[in-house]
Write a protein that binds this ligand. Sequence first.
Ligand SMILES: Nc1ncnc2c1ncn2[C@@H]1O[C@H](COP(=O)(O)OP(=O)(O)O)[C@@H](O)[C@H]1O
Ligand SMILES: [Mg+2]
Length: 255
Amino acid sequence: MAIVLGLMSKKGGAGKSTIVKLLSSSMTYTGHKCLVIDLDPNKDILTWWAVSKTNNLAEDNLIVRTVSPERDLFDLVDEFDDKVKFIIIDTKGEGVDFGVDLASVADALIIPCLNAKADSDRTKETINWHKDLKARAEDPSRIPPLHVVMSRVNPKLLTHVKGTPKPDGVGVREFERHYEIINQLDPLDIMIPEKPIYQEIEERGTLGMIIKEHREKTDASSKMKLRHFEAAMALAILLGNCIFEERKMSKANGS
Ligand SMILES: Nc1ncnc2c1ncn2[C@@H]1O[C@H](COP(=O)(O)OP(=O)(O)O)[C@@H](O)[C@H]1O
Ligand SMILES: [Mg+2]
């Protein structure tokens, strides 16, 4: 049986598709077959897959499908359940009406959250929706867990130690909200930093294939970039582990 992850958030631009690209890249790079179901009418993942193929930077074991009137989400999950190790479902950035469908097929739900008031408010609403869904379920253990991932985090805050002074170059409100999100939304222990490299992945192909391409180059600039891509891959692998181990920041910090 495939492990199914569903990305959701009421707000567009929070980083859902980026997380889908990272996770599907790391899963295929580490040798697993992975299906991405692109439920977003904008078809960001389908476009990324097509671009990857054009650039010869698509992993062979990555498959992307969209739904159609003849083949809905449930049909696709059924079809691929014993053919792939992972199924990742990307969704559009509005509403949680489809959330019940998503919750019924997924083993875990992931919601990226930006450091912005509107985002943390919407994320709280989704957390409440999830709590309510669990409370109403006949068997609450069948409702998949919902995990918040802090997305596009200022790199200066990635290694900041709680309780120590605010780093230079981070706004006061940004700093306070960063810890409000950690305290109120109990995110996963891995955060995604804001880095131009994530846009490059979007424009070029799967991360593992970009790494392989850069390993073959000998110029200094490619070597430098290779280190950044490898760091992004390490983070993507850690994020996957963090999801499966349900490692939350609160647990990691012993609070
Ligand atoms: N960690 C990041 N660092 C830099 N840019 C990012 C990051 N995450 C997302 N982006 C950019 O922000 C835009 C929106 O992200 P995306 O993942 O498509 O959001 P969503 O799918 O939730 O609408 C994209 O152009 C993407 O490249
Ligand atoms: Mg998207």
